[in-house]
Structure formats: structure tokens, C-alpha cells
Design a protein around this ligand. Structure first.
Ligand SMILES: [Zn+2]
Length: 72
């Protein structure tokens, strides 16, 4: 299984690693609902899976989230 998916992130302006929703939640320790809220608010870049089910989010965008927003 491939661990890393490299795609261009329009918010980071470079190629970054993309995580699935579960991995992203574990990385910044939030639940799925919070993660989806960040996506809808444009705080983190996301891509739709080719299958249309689920999403990938940009690893670097997750790390750039303002600290105050994480863990709420
Ligand atoms: Zn990004």
C-alpha cells in the first residue's frame, strides 16, 4: 500500500503529502466533524477521492492551522 500521495496544493503552492480523513484527524487530534469544518472554511486544502467517496487533505495545511483552532 502506498503511504504517501504527492499532489500540488494550491494553498501551500507546492507539492505536498495528502492524508485521508482518518490520518488527518489523528495528526491534529480532532474529530471528523471538526476536520470537515476546517475544509468548508477553507482552512485546509482538500481533494475529492477519484471514487467520490471520502477526501484527502493536505498535510502541510494541517500543520499551518492556527494553534487556537486545534483541539476545540
Ligand atoms: Zn496545503
Amino acid at each position: 500500500m502506498r503511504q504517501h500521495r504527492l499532489f500540488f496544493c494550491p494553498q501551500c503552492h507546492r507539492q505536498t503529502v495528502w492524508l485521508n480523513v482518518q490520518q488527518a484527524c489523528q495528526l491534529i487530534e480532532v474529530d471528523r466533524r471538526t476536520l470537515y469544518r476546517y475544509m468548508e472554511q477553507g482552512k485546509i486544502a482538500y481533494r475529492q477521492r477519484p471514487s467520490g467517496r471520502g477526501r484527502f487533505v493536505c498535510h502541510d495545511c494541517l500543520l499551518k492551522l492556527p494553534e487556537g483552532d486545534v483541539g476545540q
